[in-house]
Design a protein around this ligand. Structure first.
Ligand SMILES: [Zn+2]
Length: 323
């Protein structure tokens, strides 16, 4: 069969079409993909308090290597069920609470301590409508670098008018040169990060440790959850009968640790105590129905917990545009 005539018609038709469509297709193809996301903040009201989740960015975590008290096969299954692959892109989030009289930040992101994918906190703080000078108080859940690194900019205080507060047990542990000297080699950078971040505030008389459960400013209190670190603390925020508990590193991997609260992580100083604290806070959140927020849940990391009998389901916050 001779296809020549048909091919000629097809070519000439196509040529005509492409002439007609040329300006449109060029315009469509020329728009470069932007490949950046929205500014990393999310805002909601809690009673009279304004709460803002502030993204410090994300970091890839090798979950199979990091999780303990489980098996690689179980982790694989859990990640597959959540449509995730190892390493998991993991959020690092701090939270801002404007009580109306005090501007409080919980944790401070990683600063320069975890590479270029983190350290976005100040940019997102400015994007969300505040300046670093406006922050009155910063409450630290624990002194790992992804929670304190952003307190400093080089050797300078990044929040010039803020008082930094944390449980004394964490300060005594992570700011001790003697502990650092006897720590395993791989743990030394964690001590160095804590010292580099907190010591400038100590030198300026702006670090005020507390001991255990403490009322801080009206509506915000510290609750001891020692385990992940010696002084790990969660913060309870309450206004007009509404409650939000900011968990810090009470848990790390949503796809695994809600269904299996007993799964622990290598970063735990005392993993048994960390698991017990996690179970207690999970049960409390599910029973009382209050809001929770955690630093490494997918951004903005705010939601509720529901017991499913064996473990828990995570219910991310329904989006609010604050109309
Ligand atoms: Zn962390």
């Amino acid at each position: 069969m001779n296809l020549q005539p048909l091919t000629c018609i097809a070519y000439s038709t196509l040529a005509g079409l492409s002439l007609m469509l040329a300006p449109i297709s060029i315009a469509t193809a020329a728009a470069p993909q932007v490949k950046t996301s929205a500014p990393g903040y999310y805002r909601m009201m809690l009673g009279n308090f304004e709460v803002t989740a502030l993204s410090d960015g994300t970091v890839d975590l090798k979950i199979e290597e990091l999780l303990t008290n489980t098996t690689a096969a179980k982790i694989k299954t859990a990640l597959a069920r959540a449509h995730l692959k190892d390493p998991v892109e993991t959020s690092v989030t701090a939270y801002l609470v404007n009580t109306g009289s005090k501007l409080v930040m919980i944790d401070a992101g990683a600063g320069v301590f975890f590479g270029p994918t983190l350290g976005k906190l100040i940019a997102n703080l400015k994007a969300c409508g505040y300046q670093p000078e406006q922050i009155d108080e910063i409450y630290i859940t624990h002194m790992h670098s992804d929670h304190v690194g952003g307190l400093v900019n080089g050797d300078k205080i990044a929040f010039p008018n803020a008082v930094v507060r944390a449980d004394r047990r964490d300060a005594d542990f992570w700011l001790s040169k003697a502990n650092m000297d006897t720590a395993p080699k791989e743990a030394k950078p964690v001590f160095e990060g804590a010292m580099a971040s907190i010591n400038p505030y100590i030198a300026a008389g702006k670090f005020k440790p507390f001991d255990g459960n403490t009322d801080l400013v009206p509506g915000v209190s510290a609750i001891s959850t020692y385990g992940h670190t010696p002084g790990h603390t969660v913060y309870m925020v309450e206004s007009q009968g509404q409650r939000l508990v900011l968990w810090g590193d009470l848990m790390h991997v949503a796809a695994v640790q809600f269904a299996e609260p007993s799964v622990t992580i290598q970063f735990d100083t005392d993993s048994k105590a960390a698991a017990a604290q996690r179970k207690k806070q999970y049960a409390d959140a599910a029973k009382r129905g209050h809001w929770v927020a955690a630093a490494h849940l997918p951004f903005p990391g705010i939601g509720h917990l529901r017991s499913d009998g064996k473990g828990y389901d995570w219910l991310p916050a329904n989006y609010t545009a604050l109309r």
